[in-house]
Design a protein around this ligand. Structure first.
Ligand SMILES: *[C@@H]1O[C@H](CO)[C@@H](O)[C@H](O)[C@H]1NC(C)=O
Length: 314
């Protein structure tokens, strides 16, 4: 009862990337370029798919969903980082920190689920092509995409509320560029046992279950592809899922690298880099991977550019 003179935190300091003054200009330009390319690339992807009726298939609808989540995912963290870098400020208010935490976990969780749905879609297309249209019908696709958003919603609500009940009076310095769950738990002066259980049970479920679905889908895809006699046929089939495989590898590769490393190797700097890869770099690259490696998207893009060219010249 005696030492109740602790002050509660009213704002947090985001120290990742802002402590090296000489790097600020460089970091600002780099993140601005990556973020702009993310919005342009994903925005273009959504409008190309929406405007081309021959791309109105489950795969492209889910790609649209992924582009939308990708834009959200980076928009939660990067604008705040940019404004802090340019204004020499490091603060984020208590409530904004929780808003950030909520939307970060929401878009991150939905991204994992959408990626596993996309893997399942490729699995049905390659291993069960005759029943593809009946299995992946409109109703199923719509329910799966709604499910991905709802799962993300509950996932982030659970963890945000569990963090919200903690008190923060030790320190307000977050050694990261956004309010991330792990960093907030470190700052808490309350017991975080329940949070850890929730992360262990629900958190690993929402990250690992999609991963297992992706893994099984690809094992079955690859065994099906290996059974194809002609090399040309093999490549042709593989090319329909190679973009998704690249995107998944980039995203899950960094996630796994970040969470499943020996704790003796723990390094703030490396955590920050992996966060940038899956939160900023990979969402920015996804539309480019899809448009470079996918004939249908390339053709649609060419058509849009030609239409633009001819309408401006004539
Ligand atoms: C997401 O996917 C569903 C199911 O295919 C589709 O109906 C919907 O239009 C997509 N939404 C967006 C924003 O791309």
């Amino acid at each position: 009862m005696e030492s109740r003179n602790q002050t509660t935190v009213l704002e947090f300091l985001l120290l990742g990337f802002t402590e090296r003054v000489e790097l600020r200009g460089f970091l600002f330009v780099t993140f601005l370029v990556m973020y702009t390319m993310n919005l342009l690339g994903n925005g273009t992807m959504i409008s190309i798919i929406a405007g081309n009726s021959h791309l109105h298939t489950p795969m492209y609808f889910f790609l649209c969903n992924l582009s939308l989540v990708d834009m959200c995912f980076s928009s939660v963290t990067v604008p705040k980082l940019l404004s802090n870098l340019i204004s020499n400020s490091r603060t984020i208010s208590f409530s904004n920190c929780f808003v950030q935490l909520y939307f970060f976990m929401f878009s991150g969780g939905s991204e994992c689920v959408i990626m596993s749905i996309m893997a399942y879609d490729r699995y049905v297309a390659i291993c069960n092509p005759l029943h593809y249209v009946t299995i992946m019908n409109k109703k199923v696709c719509l329910s799966m995409s709604i499910a991905s958003w709802i799962i993300g919603l509950f996932h982030s609500l659970l963890h945000t509320l569990l963090v919200y009940r903690l008190s923060f009076c030790k320190s307000n310095e977050i050694q990261h560029y956004f309010c991330d769950l792990a960093q907030m738990l470190q700052l808490s002066s309350t017991d975080i046992f329940i949070n850890e259980i929730a992360i262990f049970v629900e958190g690993s479920l929402i990250v690992m279950l999609p991963f297992v679905i992706i893994l099984i889908s690809y094992i079955r895809i690859i065994t099906t592809i290996l059974k194809i006699k002609s090399t040309g046929g093999r490549w042709k089939t593989f090319s329909t899922c190679s973009s998704h495989l690249t995107v998944v590898t980039l995203f899950y590769g960094t996630l796994i690298f970040m969470y499943f490393r020996p704790s003796s190797n723990y390094s703030m700097a490396r955590d920050r880099i992996s966060s940038v890869v899956y939160n900023v770099l990979s969402p920015m690259l996804n539309p480019f991977i899809y448009s470079l490696r996918n004939r249908d998207v390339k053709i649609a893009l060419k058509r849009v550019l030609q239409r633009k060219g001819s309408s401006s010249s004539g």
